[in-house]
Design a protein around this ligand. Structure first.
Ligand SMILES: *[C@@H]1O[C@H](CO)[C@@H](O)[C@H](O)[C@H]1NC(C)=O
Ligand SMILES: *[C@@H]1O[C@H](CO)[C@@H](O)[C@H](O)[C@H]1NC(C)=O
Ligand SMILES: *[C@@H]1O[C@H](CO)[C@@H](O)[C@H](O)[C@H]1NC(C)=O
Ligand SMILES: *[C@@H]1O[C@H](CO)[C@@H](O)[C@H](O)[C@H]1NC(C)=O
Ligand SMILES: *[C@@H]1O[C@H](CO)[C@@H](O)[C@H](O)[C@H]1NC(C)=O
Ligand SMILES: *[C@@H]1O[C@H](CO)[C@@H](O)[C@H](O)[C@H]1NC(C)=O
Length: 422
């Protein structure tokens, strides 16, 4: 049907001349992400292809291949958008540690073919410098106008697999904060707590990771890139019972991030270009509740959390949040603040008890990880199809099970270059 050589030379062509897609306002996009395979719970177990093809014709194919290995997966979509699990484990992915701070193709590519003509080509890639890399296009967008991909409870990660029963309901991410940033995340949801006189990140009452490790990742990332990162400190689930602990923590933050932290009034209305003029690219939001009063410092982030228990409710919640934002922007009264949609399902204690009991008998299927694997592809499609013009911050669990980063990057270029009316 098509020849490997053609594809390989196409890859070389694209590497030399860049991806010179004819029409930037084209909405077609192919995204590679991950899903677990077989019994392993590892999120990066197999490669998933999402497609959204304008002008799709029956008979078109999507071909996943590796640029040096003899490997193919061919799929004939039945319609213009969807996703398919390929069963191909990313074992031959190449990452170079020396260039970890720039976007890297891993060797896996997917081509959209029509009668052996290649219509589009994408690679499985990191997104370590996507903001600065696209600066010539997106420099005049403000933070409030940008689509910013984020993680929900960013510090709740654990490497150990399989997950323990406690991990099932507390772990929200598979990889470190550094890994999340290299993957393309620019909004972090950090929940500091104090355990044994040390700062940690907690999920509810459970200490997940030492805060120092997370702060080191953020500083290393900022030292090595020109990216802009937003941290939302919130909840303070443990150890912040007296006001003094907040004051101590705020001082600690200011010391720790001196030279990184950007303190400016109305930061959500600053363009990326304006932020790049200063050397400081770290933005804080801080929301704490003390004796019934809410204290906010720095940049307000209007957090939208649906507390939803299933996929259908999540879909309506996302619909409602984004259509409200659309109405506001039509009224020009928009962009009051940054706005973060938590696009994840939340378990309540009765759901946890039921799932934990089922898990005991080998049948649990509602860990946060399993739910994220189920919703990840859907959230990606909802934002790609319906909400790409309104999204501001979107935070998800298990980022690698979604294509939200790629949708956000594409959407930002679209917002900067294309007609955004209607
Ligand atoms: C998954 O299971 C299938 C069938 O047992 C096997 O062929 C394949 O190699 C497994 N894949 C991985 C990544 O373990
Ligand atoms: C396309 O088909 C897939 C199943 O192959 C289905 O899940 C998806 O909803 C369909 N998409 C549209 C836009 O009809
Ligand atoms: C592919 O080529 C065949 C033969 O030239 C043609 O009949 C068919 O319509 C083409 N398919 C598409 C999707 O263009
Ligand atoms: C978008 O790009 C695809 C692939 O290059 C092409 O088939 C389609 O006609 C384009 N659509 C528009 C509106 O440019
Ligand atoms: C951003 O705005 C500045 C000042 O108006 C202008 O010179 C520059 O070309 C704009 N950049 C883009 C990408 O539109
Ligand atoms: C969300 O909105 C879309 C498009 O407006 C609609 O087709 C879909 O049914 C809505 N979903 C829910 C669950 O409300």
């Amino acid at each position: 049907m098509f020849k490997l050589n053609n594809i390989i030379s196409a890859v070389i062509f694209i590497k030399i001349f860049g991806n010179s897609s004819a029409n930037e306002c084209n909405t077609s996009q192919i995204i590679l992400s991950y899903a677990p395979i077989n019994d392993s719970q590892e999120i990066r177990g197999q490669i998933v292809i999402y497609w959204f093809l304008e002008d799709f014709k029956l008979g078109d194919s999507l071909v996943l291949y590796h640029d040096t290995k003899d490997l193919f997966f061919t799929y004939f979509p039945k319609n213009s958008s969807g996703f398919v699990k390929t069963g191909i484990a990313p074992v031959d992915a190449r990452y170079s540690l020396e260039s970890m701070y720039i976007d890297q193709c891993t060797g896996y590519h997917v081509a959209w073919l029509r009668n052996s003509t290649e219509l589009m080509l994408t690679c499985l890639s990191s997104h370590a410098n996507w903001m600065y890399d696209n600066r010539k296009i997106i420099e005049n967008l403000t933070l409030a106008e940008l689509f910013i991909p984020g993680t929900h409870n960013s510090g709740s990660y654990r490497y150990e697999l399989p997950p323990t029963i406690l991990d099932r309901y507390t772990v929200t991410q598979e990889k470190s904060v550094m890994d999340q940033l290299l993957t393309g995340i620019r909004y972090l949801d950090i929940r500091p707590c104090i355990v044994d006189n040390k700062y940690w990140v907690c999920h509810g009452l459970f200490a997940m990771q030492p805060l120092d490790d997370i702060f080191k990742d953020i500083k290393d990332f900022l030292d090595n890139t020109m990216e802009i990162v937003i941290i939302n400190f919130k909840e303070f689930p443990q150890g912040f019972e007296i006001l003094e602990s907040h004051l101590n923590f705020l001082n600690y933050l200011l010391d720790e991030f001196e030279g990184y932290f950007l303190e400016t009034f109305q930061i959500h209305q600053k363009t990326l270009g304006e932020i790049w003029k200063s050397d400081n690219r770290l933005i804080f939001s801080y929301v704490s509740e003390f004796e019934g009063k809410i204290y906010r410092y720095w940049t307000p982030v209007n957090q939208q959390w649906g507390d939803v228990k299933n996929v259908a409710k999540l879909e309506s919640f996302v619909n409602e949040s984004e259509s409200a934002a659309k109405l506001e922007s039509n009224r020009e009264f928009s962009k009051m603040n940054l706005r973060a949609v938590m696009a994840e399902i939340t378990l309540d204690s009765s759901m946890i008890i039921v799932d934990a009991a089922l898990f005991y008998f080998g049948r649990g299927e509602k860990s946060l990880r399993e739910l994220a694997v189920q919703t990840g592809p859907l959230v990606t499609m909802w934002y790609k199809k319906r909400h790409f013009k309104t999204a501001n911050i979107v935070a998800v669990d298990f980022i690698d099970a979604t294509g939200i980063i790629e949708v956000a990057i594409w959407s930002n270029i679209y917002r900067a270059k294309c007609d955004m009316s209607n």
